[in-house]
Design a protein around this ligand. Structure first.
Ligand code: CP
Ligand code: NVA
Length: 312
């Protein structure tokens, strides 16, 4: 039951924290868990387990998907923010981790620097999940790849075009490409490139850099983008609006991608900035499936971190 994990504590702080085999298992579990949800089949493997959710930045999808998902698995949640807990009043992160992880079974954190979540995990008795940091957003890429597989089959050997900021989403796509064997075509404005060291890549073999975003999209199986200004970088908003003006995924970019290319966006989106309304609301866009799938893949992730390999 609670506080007696049957499997050794594993954290999910970046995409590389699981192996390719474990991802294959998670994608299969996510499909089965989604099937049960759609069929209104009760599935409560996490009865009596509690998930603590700590938000130091805003969220819609991450909060709803983890909270609804945990209840659907039979567990419960505690929701904390910087403003309504001692986290915002300088209690050391290590002390918060020691205390919260004695009372709950699993912790999800959305915060600023990756170092913060690493420090929390180092002092936690229970698994810690990254719900977005400045550097990574692994749960989102988990959902994105699951969505790709649902629509098109294996992502191995495919080309993903990344148009926009060299941010947490871009870093995580690059980690996934290295681990799961696909290629990322990256196009970012000058000054907003991905830093290979921050992304934690072993080599430059799984990505190619393009100056012109349209060239990055040429022949791509999936075109994806994200906001010009991520949370925590709002002071740069005006400078970014100028720098990113050409990095808007529009119909011309989708036309040079493969005819059956998909469009994804982690959301929230700004129509007319990083993506045109025609593309995000058009026939190649799978953004609503992508958002829904956050819940299914995270249920599979929570099941895996707490119970290990399950085949129910
Ligand atoms: N994509 C995503 O993480 O959305 P939220 O910021 O709404 O959680
Ligand atoms: N890159 C964005 C993703 C939001 C889900 C941010 O960090 O704000």
């Amino acid at each position: 039951m609670s506080q007696t994990p049957p499997v050794p504590v594993r954290h999910y702080l970046q995409f590389t924290d699981l192996t390719a085999d474990e991802y294959a298992h998670l994608f299969a579990r996510a499909a089965e868990i989604k099937r049960k949800f759609k069929a209104y089949e009760k599935y409560h493997p996490l009865a009596d387990r509690t998930l603590a959710m700590i938000f130091e930045k805003a969220s819609t999808r991450t909060r709803v998907s983890f909270e609804a998902g945990m209840y659907q698995l039979g567990g419960s949640v505690v929701h904390l923010t910087t403003g309504d807990s001692q986290l915002g009043r300088s209690e050391p992160i290590e002390d918060s981790a020691r205390v919260i992880s004695r009372m709950t079974d699993l912790v999800m954190i959305r915060t600023f620097g990756q170092d913060k979540i690493e420090r929390f995990a180092a002092h936690s008795r229970v698994p810690v999940i990254n719900g977005l940091t400045n550097e990574f957003h692994p749960c989102q890429i988990l959902a994105d790849i699951f969505t790709y597989i649902e629509h098109r089959g294996s992502i191995q050997g495919k080309v993903v075009a990344w148009v926009g900021d060299g941010n947490n989403m871009a870093n995580t796509w690059l980690q996934a490409a290295e681990l799961l064997g696909f290629t990322v075509h990256l196009s970012t404005p000058s000054g907003y490139e991905v830093d290979q060291a921050v992304a934690g890549l072993r080599s430059a073999d799984s990505y190619k850099i393009f100056k012109d975003p349209e060239d990055a999209c040429r022949g791509a199986d999936l075109v994806t983008t994200d906001v010009w200004t991520s949370m925590g970088f709002e002071a740069e908003n005006e400078a970014r609006k100028k720098a990113f003006a050409e990095w808007c995924v529009d119909e011309a970019m989708m036309q040079v991608a493969k005819p059956d290319a998909l469009f994804m966006h982690c959301l929230p989106a700004h129509r007319g900035e990083e993506v045109s309304a025609e593309v995000i609301d058009g026939p190649q866009s799978v953004v609503w499936d992508e958002a829904e799938n956050r819940m299914h893949v995270q249920k599979a992730l929570m099941e895996f971190l707490l119970l290990g390999h399950v085949n129910a």
